[in-house]
Design a protein around this ligand. Structure first.
Ligand code: GAR
Length: 203
């Protein structure tokens, strides 16, 4: 059987990338072919290399604020690996309409909130400030509007008394590591039905 080829984009620690890469073995329908970071100091680069996945760095700062030129170079780099699916995994650059259109229908993102709530940054602090009783994460297809696009999966966790953005973020991140692989495995088979996870679900 031929596997779906997956490119993963990171900017930092890469824990979601690691969870995805580790999930793609055996009967899984996909395989990782490339990890790209826009930051040379992203901790995830070494983790990817340790997992045997080719890595590349494309520093957006080398493009002097020319976002379009950065994205053309990024597309060239990604396309050289001939991916069927591109997973944003903690990639902290907003991508423009041309990039999004180029990967339409095969570009996924994970966001640390229960979308449509809390698009953008500082999601956990904002959820706590709003006295939410639950929080979570969302995997969605990427469209031109920030943190929108068809939702493919959501995982919920409780907000607990005394939570800080850090404690809540850690609880959500643990669920991200379950949700994203669960969605990718289905997506690689062409399944788009919603995946729902709750804290306490078995992996
Ligand atoms: C994750 O919590 C991910 O949901 C978030 O960044 C973190 C990356 O962690 N992404 C966004 O906020 C995207 N807007 P990781 O590098 O350890 O996977």
């Amino acid at each position: 059987m031929s596997h779906a080829r997956v490119a993963l984009l990171i900017s930092g620690g890469g824990s979601n990338m690691v969870a995805l890469v580790r999930s793609m073995y055996g009967t899984h329908p996909a395989r990782p072919v490339l990890v790209v970071s826009n930051r040379a100091d992203a901790g995830g680069l070494q983790l990817a290399a340790d997992l045997g996945v080719p890595t590349a760095v494309l520093d957006h700062r080398g493009f002097g604020g020319d976002r379009a030129a950065f994205e053309v170079a990024l597309m060239d780099l990604i396309d050289a690996a001939q991916p069927d699916i591109v997973c944003l995994a903690g990639f902290m650059r907003i991508l423009g309409p041309e990039f999004v259109a180029h990967y339409a229908g095969r570009l996924l993102n994970i966001h640390p909130s229960l979308l449509p709530k809390y698009r953008g940054l500082d999601t956990h602090a904002r959820a706590l400030a709003a006295c939410e009783h639950e929080a979570g994460c969302t995997v969605h297809e990427v469209t031109a509007a920030l943190d929108e696009g068809p939702i493919l999966g959501q995982a919920r966790v409780p907000v607990l008394p005394g939570d800080t953005p850090q404690t809540l973020g850690a609880r959500v991140l643990a669920m991200e590591h379950q949700l994203y692989p669960a969605v990718l495995a289905r997506f690689a088979l062409g399944e788009r039905d919603l995946v729902r996870l709750e804290a306490g679900d078995q992996t």
